[in-house]
Design a protein around this ligand. Structure first.
Ligand SMILES: [Zn+2]
Length: 246
């Protein structure tokens, strides 16, 4: 009974399972990366917004200060009508001049700050555009990954069933080979390797002593005659199960 053919078929299925398991493990990581990237883009928008808001509030403060001073000037001018002495009048004029200077200074500061507003608004707009563009992209990407994960899991479930059948076929041919394979495949992949005509293991590329090739050939002959092999022939270097080209 040929054990190599069902063994290679089992290894085939295991290879597919390994790849899908790796992909399934990778998907949450890819999702997390995208989410983190989006968080960065969102943070950039928040910073741009807060810079603009800070600027606007400084402008409002300057304007309020100017307004206050102007009110004071207005009051002083009204009070001038009841001034009796020349000295008092001169003092009032000087005070108004000084206050007018203060009001102008505050107004100039507000004006200077206003010049930066278009630039800061542009920053917000472009950060917002980035968020909008990425949001759609990330949502779509995440949905795609979720769909792919569902697909992968369904395929894995199917492959596990297939694997159960295939491992039974190996076990029916030679239970010892299956046992050896199950242990080895965790450490060495692939666990089954071709022994070429020069007796070189295709897994580790080491030339095997003559008895290895002879044992592989003897096993093949036993199978040919309808007999049962007594366990696998393995590479003396890497331990992989060896077979000749079928
Ligand atoms: Zn080897």
């Amino acid at each position: 009974m040929n054990v190599i053919q069902p063994l290679i078929e089992l290894q085939d299925t295991d290879g597919q399972i390994r790849e899908l398991e790796r992909e399934a493990k990778d998907i949450p990581q890819r999702k997390a990366q995208e989410t983190a990237r989006l968080a960065g883009v969102n943070a950039a928008l928040e910073i741009a917004k807060s810079q603009l808001e800070t600027h606007r509030s400084r402008i409002r403060n300057e304007e309020a200060e100017a307004e206050q001073v102007r009110t004071k000037i207005h009051d002083l001018k009204i009070a001038q009508t009841s001034i009796k002495s020349n000295k008092e009048m001169q003092q009032s004029i000087m005070q108004i001049e000084s206050l007018e200077h203060d009001a102008e200074t505050a107004e100039n500061r507000a004006l200077a700050l206003s010049e930066d507003i278009p630039f800061l608004e542009k920053n917000v707009a472009s950060a917002q555009a980035q968020v909008d563009a990425d949001k759609g992209g990330v949502d779509g990407y995440v949905a795609e990954l979720d769909a792919r994960l569902a697909e992968v899991n369904a395929e894995l479930a199917r492959l596990q069933q297939e694997r159960a059948m295939k491992s039974k076929a190996v076990s029916d041919a030679d239970p010892r080979t299956l046992l050896y394979y199950e242990r080895l495949r965790v450490r060495r992949w692939p666990a089954v390797a071709l022994l070429n005509s020069d007796d070189v293991c295709d897994g580790c590329h080491m030339k095997q002593p003559p008895f290895v090739g002879q044992s592989v050939d003897r096993n093949a002959k036993i199978v040919e005659q309808g007999g049962k092999v007594q366990g696998p022939v393995v590479c003396t270097m890497c331990g992989r199960i060896l077979y000749r080209d079928l």
